[in-house]
Design a protein around this ligand. Structure first.
Ligand SMILES: Cc1ncc(COP(=O)(O)O)c(C=O)c1O
Length: 363
């Protein structure tokens, strides 16, 4: 079976992790945590980085640092992984769902203004499946209404928006290093910002809000959202190869797009003229004029040794965040989208094989 995602840990990962074990620096103290933070900040052209236990805790911490809480509203795309909305709910604020745009499948900036109320405090754009969201349009709305922008860059490490790294543009950006991400630490996350006060507050809250001057004195309730030295060691080794990973993912993405061209009913992953898609998950839409339904195509691919994933469910349609809303573009994308195998270990022959199956199954 060709998997959808698979990490490549064949660089210095074992060496650095072994060093943590041998030196016994296995918890969240140790040189790799700082190294990983500094190197991530540099790779995203940010001043400050705060590592966290995962991407969800990075988002939660970002919201708390910005003072978002009960009674506030935060606009999030309905088509994203559920963590984006859950992090808002953890603070007691309410996620407000926005539809997608049909061209690049991202949050639709033209739909934001209608959702803003006196309670709105922030927008969380997501670079879905590795394609940048149109940040200029979102930042313009945010600045007009005095809202914070938290970039959820969990899926887009290495992608570029108008030449700028994704993760360098919002007030705060949040990454995930889950096993299927562009780089992984197993579980892990990071919050990046250029604002020193927010960075300091995030560091404080991440460590149970312990006073800097008096050990075991806690002026407020904080969290244990720390990344371990072992995880950070993996991250440092992964970052050494980020440029290679990004180049492979982009080359694979272009290869897929060529291989799928002209199949009736298959819409290959788009790339805006202003974007460098990192194709975190190479994705297609299976429209009505394809010979099989989306789910039948996934089943047929599985029989031929190719794993795939359906797109995320639009969050407003699920019992965890039910809303009486019709957001037609996101609902359509959610019903027709598939993520195809996208790991950096994928060979061109495997991509050719996958494209050939999709073409043959078209009849
Ligand atoms: C868009 C998005 N946001 C947030 C997360 C949460 O990250 P984590 O799984 O590391 O908590 C993920 C992925 O898992 C994601 O894809």
């Amino acid at each position: 079976m060709i998997p959808v995602a698979e990490p490549d840990l064949s660089g210095n990962e074992l060496k650095y992790v072994t060093e943590c074990v041998v030196t016994e620096w296995v918890s969240s103290l140790g040189k790799y945590v700082r190294m990983f933070e500094e190197q991530m900040a540099a790779s995203c052209r940010r001043k400050y980085a705060v590592s966290t236990s995962n991407g969800t805790t990075a988002l939660h911490l970002a919201l708390v640092v910005l003072g978002i809480g009960p009674g506030d509203e935060v606009i999030v795309p309905t088509l994203t992984f559920v963590a984006t909305a859950n992090a808002v709910s953890y603070t007691g604020a309410t996620p407000v769902f926005v539809d997608s745009e049909p061209d690049y499948w991202q949050m639709d900036p033209t739909k934001l203004e209608a959702l803003i109320t006196p309670r709105t405090k922030a927008i969380i754009p997501v670079d879905l499946y590795g394609h940048p969201v149109d940040m200029d349009a979102i930042l313009a709305v945010a600045r007009r209404h005095g809202l914070y922008v938290i970039e959820d860059t969990a899926e887009a490490h290495g992608a570029l928006y108008k030449g700028h790294p994704c993760g360098s543009l919002g007030d705060i950006s949040c990454f995930s290093f889950y096993g299927n991400k562009v780089i992984t630490t197993g579980e892990g996350g990071m919050l990046l910002t250029d604002n020193e006060a927010w960075c300091e507050r995030a560091r404080f809250l991440r460590d149970h809000a312990m006073s800097k001057t008096e050990r075991y004195f806690h002026p407020e309730i904080g969290y244990n959202y720390r990344l371990t030295n072992i995880q950070a060691a993996l991250g440092v080794a992964q970052l050494e190869r980020i440029e290679t990973f990004v180049a492979i993912k982009r080359r694979n993405g272009e290869h897929y797009t060529q291989g799928l061209a002209g199949i009736p009913g298959i819409v290959p992953a788009p790339e805006a003229p202003w974007a460098h898609n990192v194709y975190w998950m190479y994705s297609i839409l299976v429209e009505q004029d394809y010979a099989l339904s989306r789910d039948k195509l996934m089943a047929a691919l599985k029989e031929r040794g190719v794993d795939s994933r359906p797109f995320f469910r639009a969050i407003h349609t699920m019992p965890c965040h039910p809303r009486d809303l019709h957001l037609p573009v996101a609902e359509h994308l959610s019903a027709t989208g598939i993520n195809l195998p996208s790991s950096v270990k994928l060979t061109e022959e495997q991509i050719d094989y996958i494209c050939r199956q999709i073409r043959e199954l078209a009849g």
